[in-house]
Design a protein around this ligand. Structure first.
Ligand SMILES: C[S@@+](CC[C@H](N)C(=O)[O-])C[C@H]1O[C@@H](n2cnc3c(N)ncnc32)[C@H](O)[C@@H]1O
Length: 202
């Protein structure tokens, strides 16, 4: 059985370097946030999102103890990420990670939802640099998980081959096994460049 979290880390490690700007869309217990912070180093920056304030507080303390001050934790849905990422980083983000579902050991009713996930994945594709990588671990076993997975699969199918490439890795053979989507942004041709536009906050 492949551990999808480790596989995602392996692929990200190969793709990013010190000084890069990256996003953890689901901070939770902060494993991916810390991993990204180590890789990009103090010259880089990590933006992390979660809707659970308590989780963010804990991770903030951990990062403080590690002396990492190149991480910005944002208490908002990842569906709003374009509101929080400085406009000059549009098309400059080299990696974005999602680990969907609920926080292990936390409140199982706070869970990622199809519609906000779809919006966040779509914003992520815009924010990614040419050649940037997006990893999404989707769980199909819990209630709503299959719908969320299918919504992602469907939107990726409808995306242009000229803009992204997509591959998937399963952690088992059952059709409820967790699945890792690995998306790479291709070098955008001038006529197909996707422009980031920060929505006005109301
Ligand atoms: C599987 S956990 C993430 C685990 C995390 N990567 C780690 O290393 O511990 C999923 C997280 O997504 C968060 N979440 C749920 N809906 C969200 C949303 N709309 N925006 C951002 N985070 C969300 C949950 O609060 C939970 O902490």
């Amino acid at each position: 059985v492949i551990r999808l979290t480790e596989e995602a880390h392996r692929l990200i490690r190969e793709s990013i370097k010190a000084g890069d700007v990256v996003i953890d869309s689901t901070v939770g217990n902060g494993h991916d946030t810390r991993f990204l912070a180590e890789l990009v180093g103090p010259q880089g920056h990590v933006y992390g999102f979660d809707i659970q304030q308590l989780a963010l507080e804990r991770v903030k303390n951990d990062l403080h103890e590690l002396g990492f001050d190149h991480v910005t934790l944002i208490h908002d849905s990842h569906s709003q990420m374009k509101l929080h990422i400085p406009l000059n980083f549009c098309n400059k983000i080299s990696a974005i990670m999602f680990n969907l579902g609920y926080l292990p050991g936390g409140n199982k009713s706070v869970i990622t939802q199809s519609e906000s996930t779809r919006l966040a994945v779509s914003s992520s594709i815009e924010l990614l640099a040419d050649g940037g990588i997006l990893t999404i671990i989707a769980y199909r076993g819990h209630e709503g998980g299959k719908e969320e997975h299918d919504a992602i699969e469907e939107m990726l199918k409808q995306s242009l081959d000229s803009i992204i490439s997509v591959r998937t890795i399963e952690s088992g053979t059952s059709n409820t096994a967790p699945r890792l989507f690995v998306i790479r942004k291709r070098v955008a041709l001038a006529s197909e460049t996707i422009y980031c536009e920060q929505p006005r906050s109301s």
